[in-house]
Write a protein that binds this ligand. Sequence first.
Ligand code: BES
Ligand code: MN
Ligand code: ZN
Length: 503
Amino acid sequence: MADGIEIGFGPLEQGGQGPGGSGDLVVFVGDDLALGSAARTALGSAGADLVAKAAASEKFKGRSLSALSLPAPAGVHADRLVVVGLGSEKDRAKIDWPVLGGFTASKVSSRSARVVLDWPGTTVSAEQAGEFALGARLRTYTFDRYKTKKKPDAEEKGGTALTLLLAEHGTASREGEAARTLSEGVILARDLVNEPPNVLFPEEFARRASELSKLGVEIEVLEPAKMRELGMGALLAVAQGSVREPRVVIMRWNGGPAGEAPIAFIGKGVVFDSGGVSIKPGGGMEDMKGDMGGAAAVVGALHALASRKARCNVVGAIGIVENMPDGGSYRPSDIITSMSGQTIEVINTDAEGRLVLADVITHIVRSAKPKAMVDLATLTGAIIVALGQDIAGMFSNDDALAANINAAGEATGEKVWRMPLIPAYDKAIDSKFADMKNTGGRHGGAATAASFIKRYVEEVPWAHLDIAGVAMSSNASEINRSWGAGWGVRLLDRLVRDHYEAR
Ligand code: BES
Ligand code: MN
Ligand code: ZN
């Protein structure tokens, strides 16, 4: 991977024995500026004095996520010394390890750096080092595939090698491997979201998802003839205005006991959402290449789960279509029949995601009989109005599943906020001419969309994550500088790990 940084692990003693004085040496201090014993050994007493002096003159106070960079003092085996602040004792008790890893990676400037994970009062565990490594990998990701002139800085960063030094280095390589494959899953999802729709049309998306077969994932690709046979009238209606054929990809990871009901992940994969005949305004329409962020998260999660051979049966299913205006497009007032048999009056062709999800959900509910189901979709602008860009909306018919997803969100930082599902929202989508209509009016747009999906989940414990605000056009963070966030991969991986995997 061009974007990858190399991350290795070593014993703390290596801090004092760097490869002949090259690269960066990174040490950590709290707001008392006290060094851990390994860092102190690596710096020597002259080095430690210099750090204290530099801190004073540069007004470096050791605050959380601040850094001081200076030429390495004589006797220290490095070119440069980077001191990273960890803040108060309270800050140090609740370190966000991926964030610290991301921040640290951004402060390293040489091709190689040794990172001394040692400070007073803490023994960094292998798992924490793994999360640190994850953050470092995610931070250094850039999507520059279509830049013919790469920024020299990007190439420099791309070549960075970090060696994390810690007491538990022996078991860290296993955690490091898990962090690597999880970061690969996130990066796969980011790449898919960032790709333009002329490159990533449904067939190509299906091809890329099919590559998970290399990891032992069973792949089934449904083409339009099969969709017609199954009666997927809702998904096909959305696709009919595009010259690009739709695909449904079903990915099965059978890491659990044979015959055990799987957990299902469903993703909205609209490779481009023009709105169709109910066309969107021009401004910002280019963002709608990211309308497949849900499908990307499902593919990324399956990559991560299969790579670490998760002991769980998982089925991922994505509906991949392009929503375009055309003489052959579906139109407002059309009445279509979904695979479930329920009929839908089309009010607005821009409310297409729920139509795609409806048929994929029906197919999975009936064919895979999942014990729980989570759908991820960049479904509504309304959820962005309600919650902004830092937290996803969650709707669920099952308190236990909702609690598990909430916990996974807190653990990974991919947070969700539960929203209500009340009968009034369901009533809002009743139609004069069909069983339901595909929009519920101006008010409560995210909730009426969720209520629409609810009509297709039958009795399955289900949660719907509206990720329109978090999947793309992301706020820059310590672990992400990319437009496409790859949001949801870490959440789903964690959900499986903490709640659905045999231990
Ligand atoms: N893909 C959009 C939702 C969206 C908007 C995602 C902005 C990311 C950023 C979705 O298909 C859509 O167009 N929803 C409409 C629904 C409306 C027509 C009922 C919306 O939110 O306006
Ligand atoms: Mn739309
Ligand atoms: Zn859409």
